[in-house]
Design a protein around this ligand. Structure first.
Ligand code: GUN
Length: 311
């Protein structure tokens, strides 16, 4: 078997079209949704993410503001900015790009964001709502994965879902969302015993560990649906030969010679595509969905706060 492609980029386009239509409706009501994106320091990956978030806002007709603070910014200074953004009516969503530099108390910052403007879904209030199964602003990446599974009508009720990775940003909220849809959910992590054997129980396998191509064919049951949340770099020809099929290698080698790396997920496509029924590509899988869901959350936040609509 060779896996079919779960085309995240295509699903993201659909979501963005819906968002663009809602932006027009809101404009008729005199509302222009606004997103503030804050980054501290000059982490190159964060710069790329923040840049594409702002660009997508512009493409869809949302108001956006970008704040780039120096690497030595204090917690107090960042709290001031968050307070200022909280108090401004034209700002509906506030996103503080993670990771923050070590001198900044990340938890204090995340808790300072008004929960009604917390488009990342990282505030304890929204996390609590999610755990209870109430309407909430939900973290964009796991919300995007759910949109992808729904678009392809992957059955969730009663399915064995295995989530590899227990981060606050992806693994934990992902597990909750799958649980609320009646999947039987297992969360795995670095201390899990015989991880490949646990992963092989999955009808739906979500890889969100942040380790290049760690999930090989040995982790995957025949016919499983595999979602790759990873975003890593392969930087050698040897890695590329190990990770990618013969058919894909020329393009990946070209990436390597042009940019010095090629993007790789947490899944090894060469071996996993032989087992899985469906697999997300990297790039073009989960990445575009994260941004699309951020736009959707910003619209929802605007509607909830300004029009008192529910999510
Ligand atoms: N860093 C990596 N992913 C994310 C995300 O979804 N939101 C924020 N704010 N920072 C991130």
């Amino acid at each position: 078997m060779t896996a079919q492609v779960l085309n995240g980029a295509e699903v993201a386009e659909h979501i963005k079209q819906t968002v663009a239509a809602r932006v027009i409706e809101l404009a008729e009501l005199g509302v222009k949704p606004g997103l503030a994106v804050v980054m501290v320091g000059d982490n190159p990956a964060s710069k790329v993410y923040v840049g594409s978030k702002v660009k997508t806002c512009q493409a869809l007709g949302l108001h956006s503001e970008k704040y780039e603070l120096p690497a030595d910014t204090t917690t107090e200074r960042l709290l001031q900015l968050v307070d200022d953004l909280n108090s401004r009516d034209e700002i509906d969503g506030i996103l503080v790009q993670l990771p923050l530099p070590p001198q900044i108390e990340t938890r204090r910052i995340l808790e300072a964001v008004d929960p009604a403007k917390d488009v990342d879904g990282f505030h304890a209030y929204n996390v609590g709502k999610l755990v209870r199964g109430d309407d909430a602003l939900v973290a964009c990446t796991p919300a995007g994965v759910m949109a992808l599974l729904d678009y392809y009508k992957v059955p969730l009720a009663g399915a064995n879902a295995v989530v590899i990775g227990r981060s606050d940003i992806v693994g934990k909220p992902m597990a909750m969302l799958l649980l609320h849809r009646h999947a039987t959910v297992t969360i795995c992590h670095s201390r899990t015993k015989d991880l490949p054997a646990v992963a092989r129980q999955a009808d739906i396998l979500i890889a969100a560990i942040g380790r290049t191509a760690m999930v090989t064919g040995d982790f995957v049951r025949d016919g499983a649906v595999v979602v790759d949340v990873g975003m890593n770099k392969a930087t050698t020809e040897e890695e590329i030969r190990r990770i990618f099929s013969d058919a894909e290698q020329p393009k990946r080698m070209e990436d390597l010679s042009k940019r010095g790396y090629t993007l790789v997920g947490d899944v090894e496509p060469r071996t996993v595509a032989e087992k899985a029924s469906w697999l997300t590509p990297v790039p073009g899988g989960v990445g575009p969905l994260t941004i699309a869901m951020l736009m959707k959350n910003t619209i929802s936040a605007a509607e909830m706060r300004r029009l008192k609509r529910t999510a």
